[in-house]
Design a protein around this ligand. Structure first.
Ligand code: NAP
Length: 302
């Protein structure tokens, strides 16, 4: 039986991997503690399911040490936003101070690379390095795909307004995965570590789609024509920056167009492999079409 797992990011507003993971661990009978910055309806609901809720901040090491008390493993997720290196440094120091071999599974992304055109991609890579240098027990799960949940975040407004999705990815076919499936992989890494070799796994997405194909799927789901309009990297950055708020923060608004710049310059290393996903989790992945169907009520003008 696995001891208590500390889950960060369980109030997630974007991919929500921490929330999905918490639910999955509860289903498996694993004791879960979540670290949130503030109480919310989501944290109160999890409390009623038996989750231990602690308040803390990845930028304040002092709040992390008590949160780690009695914990055997932990899940580290930081939003697609600046500050992950400092969060990782605080995390590593807090674990070192416990003097116990707490294992951390880290959610990471394909752009985590020292030379990536996105500053967030380079910072995510550096955060991984910091955790490694610290000498703590870390397993990095690099998801080599875009989350489905990016679609409403980046295109919700233009879909509701003009029934259009605009990106700088051009005709590139990209690898996609649902946030809940990324969380499923994190659950595997926590509960069945023997499935993975070494301290880092690059796990492919589950489906290959261009944005034109996504517009076609949306046309069917919404029952009205949805267009895809390719635009340049700078134009997309300006467009996203102008609407940046909440989960689509300013750092993410700059990051995604730079991911597109990298794909246009060098192609993508992100090739989906649904069989690998099924082999690891024993489940079928969520398809992009079924995800869009499940959120279609949010994609129409209110
Ligand atoms: N988006 C993609 O396409 C994609 C693809 C592959 C991998 N990934 C990886 O997925 C990760 C993001 O996971 P996700 O989508 O599950 O995250 P998410 O839904 O954005 O949730 C992030 C959580 O972190 C919390 N948080 C923010 N700052 C914090 C702080 N200082 N201290 C404590 N908690 C803090 C947020 O809480 P609040 O509610 O208080 O803000 C939120 O609950 C990224 O690191 C990225 O590497 C993303």
């Amino acid at each position: 039986m696995t001891g208590t797992v500390l889950v960060t990011g369980a109030g997630g507003r974007h991919g929500g991997t921490g929330t999905h993971l918490t639910q999955r661990l509860l289903e498996q009978g694993v004791p879960v503690r979540i670290l949130v910055r503030r109480e919310s309806d989501a944290s109160r609901a999890l409390r009623t399911l038996g989750v231990d809720v602690v308040l803390g901040d990845l930028h304040d090491r002092r709040t992390l040490e008590p949160a780690l008390d009695g914990v055997e493993q932990a899940y580290f997720a930081y939003p697609v936003a600046g500050g992950v290196t400092s969060a990782a440094a605080n995390w590593a120091e807090a674990i070192r101070r416990t003097g116990r071999p707490i294992r951390t599974v880290v959610m990471s992304m394909g752009p985590a690379h020292p030379e990536h055109p996105s500053a967030l991609g380079r910072e995510q890579w550096l955060a991984e390095e910091v955790l490694r240098w610290a000498g703590i027990d870390v397993f990095v799960l690099r998801i080599m795909a875009l989350f489905h949940e990016n679609l409403p975040l980046l295109h919700g407004r233009s879909l509701a307004g003009d029934a259009v999705i605009r990106t700088a990815f051009g005709a590139s076919a990209l690898s996609w995965i649902n946030g809940s499936d990324a969380a499923e992989l994190a659950a595997c890494a926590l509960l069945r570590p023997e499935l993975f070799d070494g301290a880092l796994a690059e796990i492919p997405g589950t489906e290959l789609r261009t944005h034109q194909e996504i517009a076609d799927v949306l046309t069917g789901v919404l029952g009205k024509p949805v267009r895809f309009e390719p635009i340049g990297v700078a134009e997309w950055r300006d467009e996203l920056t102008a609407i940046a708020e909440g989960a689509l923060n300013a750092d993410m608004a700059a990051h995604i167009p730079n991911v597109a710049a990298g794909v246009l310059r060098r192609g993508t290393r992100m090739t989906p492999d649904p069989d690998r996903y099924a082999e690891l989790t024993g489940r079928k992945p969520v398809t992009l079409a079924s995800y869009l169907e499940s959120i279609k009520h949010t994609l129409v003008p209110g």
